[in-house]
Design a protein around this ligand. Structure first.
Ligand code: AGP
Length: 609
């Protein structure tokens, strides 16, 4: 969380930093700031709120220069405020720093620095960095040596960039656990948390590794390892397309991303299916190992955890492998027992989620192999796993995950079919039947999307409801959890998802005419049981909102609001049923005046534990 960007070149740095910060706003948006070397002196501009507030501040109090650093914050230490906003400076305002991560030993360092006379103005952990560097500079030959001596004193995860008034052509940096990428343009250098902040100006990139630090000028990059030895760096062409970062005519990224789902599914089909063969060319796990796997443990968070629960059902159905699913933040503390040929599957859209990364470290300490399903294939999770599968969802910017979720479901299903084929558990004919159904998915999703206006009407009618219940069973129990999460995170409406069978064990007490119940009731094996759930709600005068299969008359008759999805096989229903619920949460957010792309208190990449 938090986004950092730095620039040195020939352009006016304030506008370059603002563009970068807008692209990084998904990483945090409670305050923002820049530091620029302007006329030989460091100038700071900060503002509480979004980047547009900082833009206004820069309009009122402009800065000019060709070198600077910027930050968009998601508060960890210290409330969102102008004082706590980055950049932070040393005692003489000669050193400015922007930081992403957490300095765990900051209390101790702050105390030591205070004893030496340093005064702190913010409540942040980050402010100790410029003060530590200032202290080191008293004995070091210059900034390079001061930085080298500062880094080992910092415990925790971080990436940061530094500008120093006395060396006005260089930006200094360090990375340990939080992402940092170098981008090279024509006579210009960038550093950023994410390459999206530096395109299209930067054409080539170098992804820094943990423990690396160094400095850049507009034409040079110098990278050192933990021992201070300069390391080779070869630049790679940046493949990301700037068009992907546009809203494409939609009002919000979230809506655009919901509408991209037919194309995401098409892309996965065309890359992964060849006749009855399923392909994962990028996945580096040896075939004989995959054939031997006797147990799967899935670890993931939030929406990716919901995908993991469905993944478990797929692995158990098609591969007959005992599969556990754990929330990443719990997995690492439960002392998981890994025996025999256990494989850990980590699922993450961003590939940067700290809890999931910690789960991977736990798995590796138990000698398990880790296969990750990631949307960002250049991410830390992809790099730290033994192998990865690309979700092929395309860049997802909306904080609420939508297209990455359906991409996770399809990739998990295809991987379960792939494992079933290498374990000789399925025949080409069986796979072909499933593939025929999968190939029909994009059009079916398009049909669902055509019903968006109907969902918009629901939102108008239901916008004042304060609580929602979501019920689903089997493959659609996670749909209930995911539908409820979407509503909570972007509309700020309380919602809880339950397995239909669990309903009578407590949650049914909540039913009243004030609490709408969203029943996910497509015609699957457990359809009659979902109908019983709907009867139970109706008997208690609850309001029923339902998702049902076209042609069914029973469920819509019992419902106040109902939405039909096209017929499909049971295993594919969650890819269709979630789409009206994504739309519902989106329209609820809009109706309630919330900002769907930037919900309060959240960030797209959760890089703190
Ligand atoms: C999704 O809508 C959420 N914003 C959140 O739950 C997210 O899925 C979770 O933080 C995990 O992220 P990841 O997939 O990038 O690891």
């Amino acid at each position: 969380m938090c986004g950092i960007v730095a620039y040195v070149g020939e352009k006016s740095v304030d506008s370059v930093l603002l563009v970068g910060l807008i692209r990084l706003e998904y990483r945090g948006y409670d305050s923002a700031g820049v530091a620029v070397i302007d006329g030989g002196e460091i100038e700071i501009r900060k503002q509480l709120g979004k980047i547009r507030d900082l833009e206004e501040e820069l309009r009122l109090h402009p800065v000019s220069g060709n070198i600077g650093i910027g930050h968009t914050r998601w508060a960890t230490h210290g409330e969102p405020s102008k004082i706590n906003a980055h950049p932070h400076v040393d005692s003489h305002k000669k050193i400015a720093v922007v930081h992403n991560g957490i300095i765990e030993n900051y209390h101790l360092l702050r105390h030591e620095l205070q004893k030496l006379g340093h005064k702190f103005v913010s409540e942040t952990d980050s402010e100790i960095i410029p003060h530590l560097i200032e202290e080191e500079l008293k004995t070091a030959s210059g900034m390079v040596e001061a930085l080298k001596n500062t880094i080992p004193k910092l415990e925790g995860k971080f990436s940061f960039t530094v500008i120093y008034e006395n060396e006005p052509d260089r930006i200094f940096f360090a990375r340990n656990g939080s992402p940092l990428v170098y981008g090279k343009g024509k006579n210009e250098s960038f550093l950023a948390s994410d390459v999206s902040a530096v395109i299209p100006a930067a054409k080539e990139e170098f992804r820094l590794d943990n423990g690396q630090w160094g400095w850049v000028t507009k034409n040079e990059l110098h990278v050192f390892d933990e021992n201070g030895k300069e390391v080779d760096h070869s630049l790679e062409e940046i493949k990301m397309n700037a068009m992907e970062l546009d809203k494409g005519g939609f009002e919000h990224y979230m809506l655009k991303e919901i509408y991209e789902q037919p194309d995401v599914i098409r892309r996965i089909i065309s890359n992964r299916i060849d006749g009855s063969t399923i392909l994962f060319p990028e996945m580096a796990l040896p075939l004989d190992y995959q054939g031997r796997v006797t147990r799967i443990i899935i670890t993931s968070a939030g929406t990716s955890w919901h995908a993991g629960i469905i993944g478990k059902l797929y692995f158990e159905k098609y591969v007959k492998i005992a599969t556990e699913v754990d929330i990443s933040s719990e997995f690492r503390y439960r002392n998981p027992i890994a025996e025999g040929d256990s494989m850990v599957i980590a699922i993450s859209q961003s590939g940067e989620t700290a809890d999931t990364l910690a789960g991977i470290h736990e798995a590796k300490s138990k000698f398990c192999r880790v296969l990750s399903f990631v949307n960002n294939v250049n991410s830390t999770i992809a790099r730290e796993s033994d192998a990865f599968i690309s979700l092929m969802g395309g860049v997802e910017i909306g904080v609420a995950s939508t297209k990455a979720y359906t991409a996770q479901l399809l990739n998990l299903l295809l991987y379960s079919m792939y494992l079933s084929s290498i374990k000789w558990l399925s025949t080409p004919e069986e796979r072909s039947e499933l593939i025929t159904e999968i190939r029909a998915l994009p059009e079916k999703i398009e049909t669902v999307l055509k019903g968006a206006d109907q969902i918009k009407e629901w939102a108008k009618e239901l916008k004042d409801a304060k609580d929602f219940i979501f019920l689903g069973r089997h493959f659609n129990h996670p749909t209930a959890l995911e539908g409820a999460l979407k509503l909570k995170e972007i509309s700020y409406v309380h919602a809880s998802g339950y397995a239909g069978g669990e309903f009578k064990h407590g949650p049914i007490a909540l039913i009243s005419s004030e609490v709408p119940t969203v029943c996910i009731a497509p015609q699957t094996e457990i359809y009659p049981k979902m109908v019983s759930n709907i009867e139970e709600v109706k008997a208690r005068k609850g309001r029923i909102v339902s998702i049902y299969t076209e042609g069914d008359t029973k469920v819509p008759e019992m419902s106040e609001f109902s939405f039909a999805i096209p017929k499909t096989i049971d295993v594919l229903t969650p890819i269709l049923t979630i789409i009206p619920l994504q739309l519902f949460s989106y329209y609820m957010a809009v109706e309630r005046g919330c900002e769907p792309d930037q919900p309060r208190n959240l960030a797209k990449s959760v890089t703190v534990e």
